[in-house]
Design a protein around this ligand. Structure first.
Ligand SMILES: NC(=O)c1ccc[n+]([C@@H]2O[C@H](COP(=O)([O-])OP(=O)(O)OC[C@H]3O[C@@H](n4cnc5c(N)ncnc54)[C@H](O)[C@@H]3O)[C@@H](O)[C@H]2O)c1
Length: 375
């Protein structure tokens, strides 16, 4: 009999419902060692709680997260709420003796992230942070290749996450556009964990950062007939240096809410003198590989569904966002069970803190117009 992970969600908005969708099709995972069951949901909005009524395993729906945390039926909690609420709710989860899959950016700022990391270590609970794109087959191939030692001398790395819906100035403001609720790091808090997860796991931590941050729209409609101030950074370009195979290598991290034409485009490019790889979710099946022999080649491979955790889906079918989100949850559940093996794992609390150290250095760099050492 497989053990069952009983899950509670705090924050049933965009990501809370995405998580529910992943749990609802858990049975597609082949021979997975753990079952999951969504048993409790907390959100302040009654209409969202109503949405979760269609899931038969959900026994508790509440607007009070303390009530959810008091339930002995809940083993693991996924928290997907605005950034200003991360610290208080994550600490409540740990104090209740539950394991936690936190959302990024893991606290509204560096000080909060450090307090959460320290509380997690003290509690002994299993804590990880969300970042799903590395679990796509194309990204897995890039990671394997980067670890193979065949790039020759490293030349450069580029890791990007681009959105474009904010280009529309009539899009109403929400909590992600304001420092009070999103954090002073702005777009870096929204998109930054996604661009650092792979480089950090490869051991590429910036030793220096020069940041260019942009605020383009300073106010937006508030959705109630008036306007609301928008004081967060919209776009961030971090020009960093990392040590790859003992060589100081430029690494550019791009986080953009205003990237013309890009919907939710995550991409990575790693170039060396002997080889390179390039992958973007804009072309989810396409993997580009550079090889240098007598001639130089960029070859294109049409990928299939080779996910880290095998599923019933046909090997030639194409993966998407719900698939990598399910794979990330599988990595969380497997690692918690001691069954991850040598597969890629979710962001650790230490990695989350290092991301905040980088973003805080980026804020200082932009303010001083100079390069800054993170940490
Ligand atoms: N992993 C990803 O790809 C990804 C994508 C988007 C957002 N996120 C992260 O997920 C988190 C939530 O973002 P979202 O886009 O789902 O936001 P959202 O606004 O869609 O949902 C947040 C939900 O939290 C609820 N909420 C607010 N205060 C609460 C409280 N005290 N108790 C219970 N519920 C409360 C709100 O009612 C809302 O339904 C953020 O940390 C964000 O950075 C991650």
């Amino acid at each position: 009999m497989k053990p069952t992970l009983r899950i509670g969600i705090i924050g049933g908005g965009l990501m809370g419902r995405e998580a529910a969708s992943a749990f609802a099709r858990w049975f597609v995972l082949n021979n997975f060692p753990v079952q999951v069951e969504l048993v409790a949901v907390c959100d302040l909005q009654p209409t969202l709680l109503d949405w979760f009524r269609q899931i038969p395993t959900v026994k508790l729906l509440t607007p009070d997260h303390h009530q959810l945390l008091a339930s002995p039926e809940v083993d693991v909690v996924y928290v997907a709420v605005p950034h200003n609420l991360h610290e208080a709710i994550y600490l409540d989860v740990l104090a209740a003796g539950k394991d936690l899959l936190a959302e990024k950016p893991f606290g509204i700022d560096l000080a909060a992230a450090r307090r959460i990391r320290d509380a997690a270590a003290k509690s002994g609970r299993f804590v990880r942070c969300s970042s799903e794109f590395p679990f796509l087959p194309g990204v897995q191939r890039v990671i394997e290749w980067a670890q193979s030692g065949t790039m020759g001398q490293p030349l450069e790395v580029r890791s990007c996450f681009w959105h474009s819906s904010d280009l529309d100035p009539t899009k109403p403001a929400n909590w992600k556009r304001q420092v009070r609720t999103c954090g002073a790091i702005g777009v870096m808090g929204d998109l930054g964990m996604h661009v650092v997860h792979v480089p950090f796991r490869l051991g590429w931590f910036p030793s220096r950062v020069y940041a260019q941050l942009q605020k383009i729209y300073h106010e937006r409609p508030d959705g109630k007939g008036g306007t609301a101030p928008c004081d967060t950074w919209d776009n961030a370009m971090l020009h960093t240096e990392v040590n790859i195979q003992g060589i100081e290598t430029p690494m550019r991290l791009e986080m953009k809410r205003l990237a013309p034409g890009a919907t939710n485009s995550w991409s990575i490019e790693i170039l060396g003198t002997d080889g390179g790889m390039r992958y973007s979710t804009a072309e989810p099946k396409t993997l580009w590989k550079f090889d240098r022999s007598k001639e130089q080649w960029w070859s294109r491979t049409d990928l299939g569904f080779q996910t880290p955790f095998p599923t019933i889906t046909g090997g030639i079918f194409e993966p998407g966002f719900p698939d990598c989100f399910l794979q990330m949850w599988a990595a969380f559940a497997a690692e918690r069970q001691g069954a991850l093996g040598n597969r890629f794992g979710c962001v650790t609390p230490d990695e989350a803190v290092r991301s905040h150290e980088l973003f805080e250095a980026a804020l200082a760099s932009h303010a001083q117009r100079t390069a800054v050492i993170p940490g």
